[in-house]
Design a protein around this ligand. Structure first.
Ligand code: ATP
Ligand code: TZE
Ligand code: MG
Length: 269
């Protein structure tokens, strides 16, 4: 089987994460904290959840990458997040933004837009969130998307150029673009959307890959490929979302570069 240089780099990145076991600092939402920490551990990274203002700068310095997830926002965590991303921006620490629910309320949209000013290496979101971030118009259904990645594809290209970042929109097909190159990933399983926080986990895994891979597009493609393949392998063996939750962690732990190469359904443009 032939693999493209890009595909080879993706699988090499998985090895690099497992070798380096990067420390990933998460300022994330109350719903997914435990699942995210377990997902990062299953992959082979080291998670730390920390949102006290007193240690924010120290933690950003200590960690190899930062994950910002606005899923359960408040004035206080908004301030902590701004402090963290400002410090990450000033010190060149890679970071990834998950604008959870940015399409739902003006407060979330403003919070996510403020974060964007500090130039995330990657924005990982669903289609409604990216649409709201770019147009300023609310929509979606709470934290869920009412749009497909395909529907916001050209908007995402423009947004990635304007924001000078890589955008990854998840859904049935994941769409990834830095405004120039485009990647489509056809892995995953619909049942993944029935377990809360699989998107948040995608973002956290992206943080782990960003810690070892400087190119945002490669890092997030590797993270989404890993999660998509783990998800479809897990879904094939379970009766429903309850077991998928655990089985997904098992598959993240068991996945190898060889398995990835066998199952990867990736289109490059
Ligand atoms: N219909 C589907 N078919 C295949 N994979 C899917 C499908 N829906 C979601 N996924 C996969 O599930 C993961 C999470 O994507 P999703 O778009 O549901 O994130 P999200 O809406 O941000 O989720 P959350 O807010 O619950 O964290 C991704 O890896 C994505 O590829
Ligand atoms: C359900 C939910 N509500 C706020 S954050 C979150 C986790 C999935 O995004
Ligand atoms: Mg989400």
């Amino acid at each position: 089987m032939t693999t493209s240089p890009f595909q080879q780099r993706i699988t090499t990145t998985l090895d690099a994460v497992r070798l380096q076991r990067p420390l990933v600092h998460n300022i994330t939402n109350k719903v997914v904290m435990n699942f995210t920490a377990n997902g990062l551990l299953a992959l082979g990274a080291s998670p730390i959840m920390a949102d006290a203002i007193e240690e924010t700068a120290d933690m950003v310095d200590l960690a190899n990458a930062l994950v910002i997830n606005i899923g359960t926002p408040s004035d206080r965590t908004g301030m902590v997040m701004q402090c963290a991303v400002s410090h990450a921006h000033n010190t060149g620490k890679p970071w990834v933004l998950d604008p959870v629910g940015a399409a739902a309320t003006r407060f979330r949209l403003d919070t996510a837009r403020l974060m964007l000013e500090y130039r995330p290496n990657v924005v990982r979101a669903n289609a409604s969130e990216i649409q709201a971030l770019y147009t300023g118009e609310l929509g979606g259904k709470g934290v869920d998307s009412t749009e497909t990645p395909e529907a916001v594809e050209s908007l995402a290209m423009t947004a990635a150029r304007d924001w000078q970042t890589t955008i990854a929109i998840t859904g049935a097909t994941d769409l990834i673009t830095d405004g120039y190159k485009q990647v489509r990933l056809h892995n995953g399983h619909p049942m993944m959307a029935r377990v809360t926080g699989t998107g948040c986990l995608a973002t956290a895994l992206t943080g782990a890959f960003l810690a070892v891979e400087g190119d945002g597009l490669t890092a997030v493609t590797a993270a989404l490929a890993l999660l998509g393949i783990a998800g479809e392998r897990a879904a094939a063996e379970v009766a429903g979302p309850g077991s998928l939750h655990g089985k997904l962690l098992d598959e993240l732990y068991l996945l190898t570069p060889d398995i990835m190469n066998q199952h990867l359904k990736l289109e490059e443009q």
